[in-house]
Every structure is written in structure tokens, then in C-alpha cells.
Design a binder for this molecule. Structure first.
Ligand code: AGV
Ligand code: CA
Length: 320
């Protein structure tokens, strides 16, 4: 079987780390590298969690590159600190990280090199802001040829966003908002994009119903560990603005789930770059760029797929 070559660019949030776990359960994926954006996390925490999850899955062959680029709108410090809880779980403390996996190149340079040298075009899965990939494509004009498609958790097309701050009308989603100038250029670059926006992820809040469904399967060690990770997000519940959703994990599902679980619509989108809606991803028939937008997802199919995958890879987990 020809495996799907993938680079995973994430920003260290709890669902980014869960996405890494899910990705590592996918037998058809050939993970070429993990790159980190220091956005909704602290770089050192996110590096640690990444290395430990790779170690848990026995994947000390996967290079890890750290990002050096910072966005315009920093994430709240409370949110950036959330993943510290994950790193404080006993299993994560016990698992020793292998820092030899960290490459010397910064994330943007690493991505540019990987795309340029790709034997088969690479799929980039991105669950944070897009600064690393945009920079990579601009560093090296050949890099674009090595990119099969980008699957990105970001944006809010026909629903409200999740940015709630001064001088903003609330229409933007945070991953786009953090570095909206890069997002604007990325859409214009003409690459193949599948977007997983809030429109689709809103159907899966990390609420008690979801956590209970997961808990029914927690005799499987990886499902139990995932449940522990998600439990670290519940301080966000049930606040109206700050509910946690399955965001990044749903974007990761796109790589493996049956196509009938999601509804994709080709839309012309632009990214706003001025107040009061900078970072908004809006429909723009006249000058927008083509993007495959996941407009809807089947909640139960996503949960079933997720649990199936987590169960399937039990044998890979070493020292739980
Ligand atoms: O907007 C969703 C993105 C996802 O990539 N992130 C978190 C996910 O990793 C930002 C975000 C929005 N609301 C949040 C976020 C919250 N309440 N806590 C932490 N991060
Ligand atoms: Ca994220």
C-alpha cells in the first residue's frame, strides 16, 4: 500500500496533542515530521508533549521542528498554559522525551525543505495558525509543487467566530486571527485547501455527553488517556464564549474518515485584514479563492471513527 505522506503542523493545544495521537493511529499515514507553532501554547511545553506522545507510540523516527514565527494577535495566556495540565499527568511525567528528534532547522525552513525534496506530494495537516506553511511557500517557490493539499482547522464561514476581544466584531476564528496577514496570503497562493471551520466543528463540544460516551470505552488504554486529556479542557465548560470543541481532532479525521461523514462545499473565500473583522473568512464570489470547506459533519460518525481508531492502536502504546 502506498502510504499518504503527511507533515503535521500544530500549536500545542490539548486538541492538537489529541490530534497527534489520532494521526499516529492511522496506518495509512506516513508521518514525515511534526512542526510546532508557538501560538496557543508555550513552545517548550508543546515540544515536550509532542516528544512524549511520539515516544509513547514508539515513533522515535519522526523529526520535530520548532517554529520561530509569531503572530500579530497573541493568544490569552490562560489558554496557552492549558496544556501544562496534560504534561502534568502521571503517564506524561513518566515518559521520557527524546530530544534527539528535534531538528536544527526552524519549522518554516524544515517544511520548505521537505516539500521541495518530496518524492510524492505531501499533505500538510495544520491545527494552528498558518505562519510556518505560508513562510515555507514563500521561502522556496518550488515548495508548492511538493504540496498535495493542506487540511486546516481554521475559519468560520457562515457562523460566528470565536474571537471575543476589543475592536473586533467576533466574526473571526482564532487560528486565522493570530496571523491573518499570512492567512490572507496563503489563500491567495492558490494551493489546494480543505478547511475545517467552526461551521462543522460546532456540532462537537467537549461536553458531558461526549465525555460519557468516551468513558464507556475506557478499558482501552488509549481511549482512557484521550479521556484524561479532554478532562483537562472542561474548565472551559459551560461558558458561552469559551466552550472547547473537537476542533483540531475533526480536521485530523478528514485524513481517514469515510467521505459520507462530512459535507464539503467548494467556496470562494477571502480573509479580511482590517478592523473590525480582521481574520474573518468570508464568502467572496468576485475576488475570493477556491477552498474546499467542510460545511457540516455527522457528529455520531466522527465519534464512532475516533473511538474505533483509538481502540485499534492499543498495541502500539508502550509504557502506559
Ligand atoms: O479556534 C480553535 C483553535 C483550535 O486549533 N484553538 C484551540 C484549538 O486547538 C484556539 C481556541 C479557541 N477557543 C479556545 C482556544 C479556548 N477556549 N481554549 C483554548 N484555545
Ligand atoms: Ca490548535
Amino acid at each position: 500500500m502506498n502510504k499518504l505522506p503527511v507533515i503535521f503542523d500544530h500549536d500545542g493545544g490539548i486538541d492538537d496533542l489529541l490530534s497527534l495521537m489520532l494521526l499516529l493511529t492511522m496506518e495509512h499515514v506516513d508521518l514525515k515530521g511534526v512542526t510546532i507553532t508557538p501560538a496557543d501554547c508555550f513552545l517548550s511545553d508543546a515540544t515536550s508533549s509532542t516528544l512524549k506522545i511520539l515516544k509513547l507510540f514508539g515513533r522515535e523516527d519522526v523529526p520535530v521542528a520548532q517554529g520561530r514565527l509569531h503572530g500579530i494577535n497573541p493568544f490569552h495566556y490562560d489558554w496557552r498554559a492549558q496544556p501544562k495540565m496534560v504534561n502534568a499527568l502521571p503517564i506524561m511525567i513518566r515518559t521520557k522525551e527524546n530530544r534527539d528528534l528535534i531538528v536544527k532547522q526552524p519549522a518554516d525552513v524544515f517544511i520548505a525543505e521537505q516539500l521541495e525534496q518530496a518524492e510524492h506530494p505531501i499533505t500538510v495537516l495544520m491545527t494552528g495558525p498558518c505562519s510556518n506553511l505560508t513562510a515555507a511557500l514563500e521561502l522556496n517557490p518550488n515548495a508548492k509543487n511538493g504540496l498535495e493539499r493542506l487540511v486546516w482547522m481554521g475559519g468560520a464561514v457562515d457562523v460566528k467566530g470565536n474571537v471575543a476581544t476589543h475592536n473586533h466584531d467576533g466574526s473571526a476564528e482564532w487560528n486565522v486571527y493570530w496571523d491573518y496577514l499570512s492567512a490572507n496570503r496563503l489563500l491567495k497562493s492558490g494551493i489546494n485547501i480543505t478547511l475545517m471551520p467552526l461551521d462543522a466543528t460546532n456540532c462537537l463540544p467537549i461536553d458531558h455527553a461526549f465525555l460519557s460516551e468516551l468513558a464507556q470505552h475506557s478499558e482501552h488504554r488509549l481511549v482512557d488517556l484521550a479521556g484524561q486529556f479532554w478532562a483537562c479542557t472542561v474548565a472551559s465548560i459551560p461558558s458561552y464564549e469559551f466552550t472547547y470543541f473537537l476542533w483540531d481532532v475533526m480536521a485530523t479525521c478528514v485524513l481517514g474518515i469515510e467521505p459520507d461523514a462530512i459535507k464539503v462545499e467548494n467556496c470562494k473565500l477571502s480573509v479580511a485584514i482590517h478592523e473590525p473583522n480582521e481574520g474573518q473568512t468570508y464568502r467572496d464570489e468576485k475576488s475570493g479563492n477556491n477552498v474546499d470547506v467542510v460545511v457540516k459533519a455527522e457528529r455520531e460518525k466522527v465519534i464512532t471513527y475516533l473511538i474505533k481508531q483509538l481502540k485499534s492502536s492499543n498495541h502500539n502504546i508502550t509504557n502506559l
